[in-house]
Ligand binder design. Structure first.
Ligand SMILES: [Zn+2]
Length: 508
């Protein structure tokens, strides 16, 4: 196929390259083998090494889960990347689909993502940018029937900002760390309500994804440490470049950091390698990160289900404002000030305490966000309040009743920053004022979960949570499915409780 012709389109104030359908040969046969792996698309053996024994059966499940194959080249100055993406997408909805959407998050985060050479089943196609380039709509010339499969290919280039305008600096290249948050074209959830698109809010999470599979080959300057989602399955080196192939899945997205001049400490616990990557001067805190992570994995592994992967990476981010951390499948990002033993976070919390809390909270997200998915944009309480509540469980396991009290005090303290206002915890991110989001979702939220545990009785509630994780593993839970299962465990109507804590006033 020849190089496509181009025109420049101006959409909502942004100047973006749009691909025009190439004139010429109408069709190329869709390759039956993946260019990245040389194996059939549906061959999932490459993911085996990344999953612990008890999770291997996930490879036989999840029929139709999206498969991403990426070839990514990172520029020497860490300011950009370009590459190729091939996706095998299955329509798992009840009706036909006329299009497939991709999120191009860099276009909403102070960077830029361009896509070209778009193909659908090997035939050149035209993508349409929407929402200022945040969404790429790929029309399908023939509607994709339920169960139908389509292969979408594209070339892409991403410019990474040094000082981004959004999302806490998680998508940035700063201080020798290239942090690739939501950097690759990704297909959002499509369900009975349609595609989960929408604008990016200044705080909270930005998208919701189905559990998918990723094979990502990364070429980067030699000497960089590459960490993130998944496990390394292949490595090749030349004099100046390194090429690493990662396999990940099931996973909600793929995070990658390329770090210059950092050190790695690691520990193998059971089947899982815990890896902590930090500045050399922060080695002591990096080792504390290992022990906090080990405690959290042990606690949640018993209380919920085994941690699914053979690896978890916890990596510093040079740019994140103090007190912030972020979860990804198999990876956690922590802000630099957390590693400073003399720093004070949020105006009052000693950094070592905040570091422990944040490590445990983000690891709890491996169960509540990654394993059990939810709509983090419209129902953020469902993963955030449960992750906060889980910190209390881990602290109880580590420090007894004093640990549980410490967690409850943190929740109350957080809620008090919104003067203890009884704002519902179950609103979409966009419905919260900036001052209220964290106090309500992260403070009042876990207090509701704690209240629910007292209503059910802590033993019954523990069984309920374990069952909740089992039933919705690799799927997507909702407020209503959470409530329905809790009601089965208590044999009661929890309507008044949800009305008091979760639902907006006047909800049916
Ligand atoms: Zn969280």
């Amino acid at each position: 196929m020849g190089r496509p012709t181009w025109r420049v389109g101006v959409i909502e104030g942004m100047c973006l390259l749009m691909v025009v359908a190439a004139v010429g040969p109408a069709a190329e046969p869709a390759p039956s083998l993946s260019l990245s792996t040389g194996a059939p698309w549906t061959d999932r053996t490459i993911f085996q090494s990344g999953l612990v024994a008890s999770t291997q059966d996930a490879l036989a499940g999840l029929p139709g889960a999206t498969i991403y194959h990426l070839d990514v080249e990172i520029a020497d100055d860490l300011s950009s990347l370009f590459g190729r993406e091939d996706v095998l997408y299955t329509n798992r909805e009840a009706g036909p689909l006329n299009e497939v959407y991709f999120r191009l998050y860099p276009n909403a985060a102070g960077g830029r993502a361009d896509v070209w050479s778009l193909t659908v089943d090997g035939i050149a196609a035209e993508g349409i940018y929407e929402e200022g380039g945040l969404d790429l709509r790929v029309p399908l010339s023939t509607p994709l029937a339920p169960g139908g499969v389509v292969e979408i290919g594209m070339q892409f280039e991403v410019a990474v900002p040094e000082r981004p305008s959004a999302r806490y600096g998680l998508f940035s290249s700063f201080g020798g760390i290239l942090s690739l948050d939501e950097a690759f074209p990704s297909i959002p959830v499509c369900d009975a309500g349609g595609w989960h698109l929408g604008r990016v809010h200044p705080f909270g999470d930005v998208a919701v994804y189905d559990a998918s599979f990723y094979v990502v080959r990364v070429s980067a300057p030699k000497g960089l440490t590459l960490v993130g989602t998944g496990s390394e399955v292949r490595r090749e080196d030349t004099e100046s470049r390194q090429t690493r192939t990662f396999a990940a899945g099931p996973a909600r997205n793929f995070y990658l950091a390329a770090c210059e001049g950092l050190v790695t400490v690691e520990k193998i616990v059971g089947e899982t390698t815990i890896r902590s990557v930090a500045y050399e001067s922060d080695l002591r805190a990096a080792e504390q990160v290992l022990s906090f992570a080990e405690a959290a994995l042990a606690s949640f592994g018993v209380r919920f289900s085994p941690y699914p992967y053979t690896e978890i990476d916890l990596v510093v981010n040079a740019l994140l404002p103090g007190g912030n951390a972020m979860e990804y499948p198999g990876a956690v990002v922590l802000s630099r000030p957390l590693y400073d033993p003399y720093a004070i976070i949020w105006g009052s919390i000693p950094a070592p305490d905040a570091l422990e809390w944040d490590v445990v909270h983000e690891i709890a997200h491996q169960w509540f966000f990654n394993l059990v998915g939810n709509d983090q944009v419209n129902e953020p309480w469902l993963d955030e309040a449960l992750a906060q509540y889980a910190v209390g469980l881990c602290f109880e396991d580590a420090y007894g009743s004093q640990g549980a009290r410490t967690a409850r005090n943190q929740w109350f303290g957080n809620w008090s920053r919104a003067r203890g206002e009884e704002i519902p915890i179950g609103l979409p991110v966009a419905a919260y004022a900036a001052f209220a989001y964290s106090p309500i979702v992260y403070g009042r939220g876990p207090l509701f979960v704690y209240d629910l545990s007292l209503t059910l009785g802590q033993g019954v509630f523990a069984s309920f949570l374990r069952d909740y994780v089992a039933r919705f593993s690799w799927g997507i839970a909702t407020t209503e499915s959470f409530r329905a299962l809790a009601e089965r465990y208590c044999g009661c109507d929890l309507g008044s409780s949800f009305e008091a804590w979760v639902y907006p006033p006047g909800s049916p």
